[in-house]
Design a protein around this ligand. Structure first.
Ligand SMILES: Nc1ncnc2c1ncn2[C@@H]1O[C@H](COP(=O)(O)OP(=O)(O)OP(=O)(O)O)[C@@H](O)[C@H]1O
Ligand SMILES: [Mg+2]
Length: 492
């Protein structure tokens, strides 16, 4: 058969189908509803016919793409705007499920598990891949880099698409034939999420999250936190402090980590608060790093001064994940510690109101820790640090809120021995006796001791380094004595 003949035949076929629709619209719809409705009816009829034809003769993915194009065209027409999507969805044999990255202001962990699962669908047929190597890793991490992934589960075909809606809403969209509803919603999705989570667990790196200034937040709760890999080397082993106290803290942390059942049994939210207090340079921040490394928990470092009010604080706390340590450093400096109770000198009521509305208050923080957040945030550790325990409001530090108070203090001999082991690989030395006496007398911080134990010029030997520390301690003693003498003179 010649090519023109085939084309003519196809044209005839098309005409006859179009004629059928036109006869139906002209003889039934038009007489009943008039010209306008008849035109609309013709369009719908044509559209449905088109979809059915596409479904029969084209592969599924193409059908869906064409359907989407048709929807977008028809949505531009005022009448169809409302009903085109519903009409198409009604007639389409496929169902779709969307997983947004953020759902009701909270991070959707199913989304990240699905993304991880899709990234892991690597085989020799895959054409687009991406590879990266993280610091400290020997192997390359190779992931699939396709926006569209076709999957198969128990003989059922499933199509995934990774999309960005608007400027910042990330979505994974799943399409499947409605006849497979049971399998997909029953076991496939569970399988995907669990598989994604176990891959994440295997590859897990501890993250340090920092809150972005609220002025930079975008509408949909993304961008509240930025994160980087956390690579602080501190461990409890290298922490210079009283060994008994150290053991107590480690046991407390491990009991918390393994305590899911216990917390359920006693009906308490699975969270624990630690208050670290002590002078600057005694190891408060170092201990937070050691905690994160011991527990393999990520850190959320909450900078209260960059947010405006209690509502923003709530959003930030709701955006934290489980298995995390939420840190507020120098709580005495970053919070209006008097809360609403302290507003005494404001002259005008207006000012008071404004202050309440715009401040992150102690009561806001406490209400949230005790209330809503306890109900929805599990397996979280809260750490506050301060240099001035005395300045803190009693409400903040009462037991039950801050379960354990940890004092980090000046470097005594037990702590020094740990630093000497870390920095000089020394267990004992003839100069240790003298250092012990001086450390009992003088209040030198572990940070200062550590600084003196660092070999700076690359040539100093162990003796030279320890003598350097002794000199520093003696100098400190001299300064202290002369200060005291000066004070006495001033008093006289
Ligand atoms: N207890 C300690 N054990 C081991 N190293 C310590 C200890 N305390 C301080 N250091 C050393 O001193 C440095 C400063 O300590 P760190 O930042 O933890 O002190 P801090 O108590 O948080 O001080 P600040 O109150 O000023 O924030 C650390 O990098 C660490 O090397
Ligand atoms: Mg610190």
């Amino acid at each position: 058969m010649s090519e023109t003949k085939v084309q003519n035949l196809l044209l005839e076929k098309k005409k006859s189908k179009r004629n059928l629709i036109e006869i139906f619209m002209g003889s039934i719809v038009k007489p009943m509803f008039g010209d306008n409705l008849a035109t609309i009816g013709t369009n719908i009829g044509g559209l449905l016919f088109l979809i059915e034809t596409l479904r029969r003769y084209f592969p599924r993915q193409l059908t869906i793409t064409i359907q989407e194009i048709l929807v977008s065209i028809f949505q531009r027409l005022p009448f169809f705007k409302k009903c085109s999507e519903k009409t198409l969805a009604f007639f389409s044999p496929y169902a779709q499920i969307r997983f947004s990255e953020i759902e009701e202001y909270r991070y959707n962990y199913a989304y990240s598990a699905i993304k991880t699962y899709l990234g892991a669908q690597v085989n020799s047929q895959v054409k687009n891949l991406k590879a990266s190597q993280m610091k400290g890793r020997k192997s390359l991490d190779v992931k699939r880099d396709d926006d569209k992934v076709e999957d198969e589960y128990e003989g059922v075909k499933i199509w995934w698409e990774v999309l960005k809606l608007g400027s910042d809403v990330n979505v994974c969209k799943l399409t499947f034939h409605r006849s497979n509803w049971e399998i997909v919603t029953g076991s496939y999705l569970k399988y995907v999420v669990e598989e994604g989570k176990s891959i994440e667990e295997r590859k897990k790196r501890i993250k340090l999250h920092m809150n972005n200034p609220s002025a930079n937040w975008e509408m949909l709760t993304i961008n509240l936190w930025s994160n980087i890999d956390f690579e602080h080397p501190a461990t409890f082993e290298t922490m210079a402090m009283d060994p008994k106290k150290k053991e107590e803290i480690i046991n407390d942390l491990l009991a918390f980590r393994d305590g899911e059942e216990y917390y359920k049994k006693i009906g308490k939210a699975w969270k624990r608060g630690y208050l670290l207090h002590g002078p600057p340079g005694t190891g408060k921040s170092t201990m937070i790093a050691a905690m994160a490394n011991l527990m393999s928990y990520s850190i959320f470092d909450l900078e209260l001064t960059s947010i405006g009010n209690n509502w923003e604080l709530k959003r930030l706390l709701l955006g934290t994940s489980s298995k995390s340590i939420i840190v507020i450093e120098d709580i005495d400096c970053s919070l209006d510690l008097t809360g609403e109770r302290g507003v005494k000198d404001e002259s005008s009521a207006e000012k008071k109101k404004e202050k309440k509305k715009n401040a992150v208050t102690l009561s806001g923080l406490l209400n949230f820790i005790d209330g809503l957040w306890s109900a929805c945030g599990q397996e979280r550790i809260l750490v506050f640090t301060t240099n001035h325990l005395g300045k803190l409001d009693q409400a903040l530090i009462r037991r039950g809120r801050m379960d354990m108070h940890i004092e980090l203090s000046y470097c005594r001999f037990e702590a020094f021995k740990i630093l000497a082991k870390n920095y000089l690989n020394l267990d004992s030395h003839i100069l240790f006796g003298k250092i012990e006496c001086l450390l009992e007398e003088m209040n030198m911080t572990p940070a200062d001791v550590a600084e003196n134990l660092m070999v700076k010029d690359g040539e100093s030997d162990v003796d030279g380094t320890l003598k350097g520390l002794i000199r520093a301690l003696e100098q400190m003693k001299l300064n202290q004595n002369s200060n005291e003498q000066q004070k006495d003179v001033n008093q006289v």
